[in-house]
Design a protein around this ligand. Structure first.
Ligand code: MN
Length: 241
């Protein structure tokens, strides 16, 4: 089985011209695929018109973390506290998502991934939780390394996520944005104790989004590797249909 992972563009300061905006994927995400005999295919930001061919090359897509989603895509100006945005990646991932639905290829969105999914299908985001959500009481931009979980979430029973995560998993948190208005056709599957949305999925469970970073701590947390294993199984099950 082949799974495409959308690449980020390197925006770290660098003196090496070859590394400027270079496509890259976090190694621990590639590793969880390779360990479980899934062939990883890194999808660099390309023309949106290439989405059909690229999605056709893989069995499913994973959209990992990265910069904030451009708020123009949900009809807002940038808030004072918004972080880095990168419109070419937004537009490319919009095209990949449209094409994934068209070709019936499942999608797993992680962190920014759940956010771009929500915006692509008509939802909105908090551009900055601390300044825009009264009652956001939890530090969602955790200081410890993402290898360590810091807050609990409450998972809806009967969701894809509940299978592998149980109802009360302990997760990491490296986000200052979150889903605000949920996109039509999607529902919330997990919330933090301050009600911040931590997971969504669509009605046929072919598009799954999580706000935490399972790829950053699966090595020491079997239930986080299980999230990937359950996604791989979901992809296999859909192939039989
Ligand atoms: Mn969080």
């Amino acid at each position: 089985m082949r799974i495409g992972i959308t690449a980020d563009a390197n925006m770290q300061p660098t003196t090496a011209p070859r590394l400027r905006l270079a496509p890259y994927v976090r190694k621990s995400l590639v590793d969880v695929l390779v360990k479980n005999d899934i062939t990883p295919v890194i999808l660099p930001i390309a023309k949106p018109e290439m989405a059909a061919e690229l999605v056709g090359m893989v069995d499913a897509i994973i959209i990992p973390g990265g910069p904030d989603v451009s708020p123009a895509l949900y009809g807002e100006d940038p808030h004072q506290r918004i972080g880095m945005t990168y419109l070419p990646r937004d537009e490319f991932e919009f095209a990949l998502l449209r094409e994934s639905v068209q070709q019936k290829k499942p999608v797993l969105g992680i962190c920014r991934g759940v956010q771009i999914i929500n915006v692509a299908f008509g939802g909105t985001l908090y551009q900055d939780l601390n300044s825009q959500l009264d009652g956001a009481a939890i530090r969602h931009e955790q200081v410890p390394d993402a290898a360590f979980p810091t807050h609990y979430i409450n998972v809806e029973e009967n969701s894809f996520m509940a299978q592998s995560q149980g109802t009360h998993p302990f997760v990491n948190s490296k986000h200052h944005q979150a889903v605000k208005v949920v996109a039509p056709g999607f529902h919330v599957t997990a919330r933090a104790n301050d009600d911040v949305i931590e997971g969504i999925e669509n009605e046929d469970q072919s598009i799954i989004g999580v706000q935490w970073h399972p790829e950053a701590f699966w090595q020491d947390h079997a239930e986080q590797e299980q999230l990937f294993l359950d996604f791989f199984q979901l992809v296999r099950d859909r192939q039989g249909q």
